[in-house]
Design a protein around this ligand. Structure first.
Ligand SMILES: Nc1ncnc2c1ncn2[C@@H]1O[C@H](COP(=O)(O)OP(=O)(O)OP(=O)(O)O)[C@@H](O)[C@H]1O
Length: 258
């Protein structure tokens, strides 16, 4: 029996603006993610997807309900959690090796060892030859590879991803999705992946959760039983994939209808 990695129970999150305006971002939201599982969340803009991730990180406590990570209440930022966001989180003034080694150095690994480890990650994400390039000398896809290496080098038990590939062109995006699945299959982190792209959600995840328009609550949830390992560019042609895609799109269409 797999352990529970993340558990949100009847969570709501309200924001109060400086002028006193209250926004209920998420309402009575519950989800459970087991160790090593890959869950995607889709939903209309502003429905509270990023808010849900923020509560798992410990950056933004819930207004009511409970958030537990590996059975412990979330009270602070947990070093076992890795993040990848839409914006590149790479340091522009550091080269590729220095960007990738920064996590282990902050965690107390000596510089030599951290750089050796980073060199191995440079190879794993296909950036050999670019070790001493700076982010502005790399393409968007290459910068994303740096971001993935920066995260995976810390061997996170939980990986939170907020539209990480949305700024990439279609081909690079498919490559990065395959890259992510490859890294995940070795590391087996528990992943929560937020996206607007239904096909991306189905191609990557074991489960896709659809949220209603804000304040978000769960509208539907689908188990994705496509075989693994998956090749994202071919998986999308299967009948099962197409049917899931139609069903999820139909759920979402009701929510974005104006
Ligand atoms: N710090 C904040 N202060 C006030 N309101 C906030 C804050 N953060 C989020 N909100 C509001 O909470 C709601 C949910 O925002 P959130 O960013 O979680 O949505 P989302 O589903 O991730 O949106 P998108 O798909 O557009 O990225 C929105 O109405 C947003 O304006």
């Amino acid at each position: 029996m797999k352990k529970i990695a993340i558990e949100l129970t009847n969570v709501s999150r309200k924001f109060i603006s400086p002028t006193g305006v209250s926004t209920l971002a998420l309402h009575d939201f519950s989800m459970t993610l087991h160790e090593g599982d890959f869950c995607a969340i889709v939903g209309p803009t502003g429905c509270g997807k990023s808010t849900a991730l923020g509560m798992i990180t410990g950056l933004s406590p819930p207004s009511s309900g409970t958030v537990r990570v590996f059975n412990q209440p979330v009270t602070k930022i947990d070093p076992n959690i890795g993040f990848v966001f839409q914006a590149d989180a790479v340091f522009p003034w550091k080269n590729v090796i220095d960007n990738i080694s920064i996590g282990p150095i902050y965690r107390g690994t000596n510089k030599r060892e951290a750089k050796d480890k980073a060199a191995e990650w440079v190879r794993r994400v296909g950036l050999s030859g670019f070790e001493y390039h700076y982010p502005h000398q790399l393409s968007g896809g290459m910068r994303k590879r740096v971001a993935l290496a920066q995260t995976f080098i810390n061997e996170p038990k939980i990986l939170l991803m907020d539209e990480p590939f949305s700024a990439l062109d279609v081909q690079t995006r498919a490559l990065m999705q395959d890259e992510l699945l490859g890294l995940w299959s070795e590391n087996k982190a528990s992943v929560v992946f937020v996206t607007h792209d239904i096909e991306e959600a189905i191609a990557l995840a074991d489960r896709v959760i659809v949220l209603t328009k804000g304040p978000g609550k769960i509208k539907s949830s689908y188990e994705i039983n496509l075989p693994r390992p998956r090749d994202v560019s071919t998986a999308r042609y299967s009948t099962e994939f197409i049917n899931l895609s139609k069903q999820i799109w139909s759920d979402l269409k009701d929510e974005v209808h104006i």
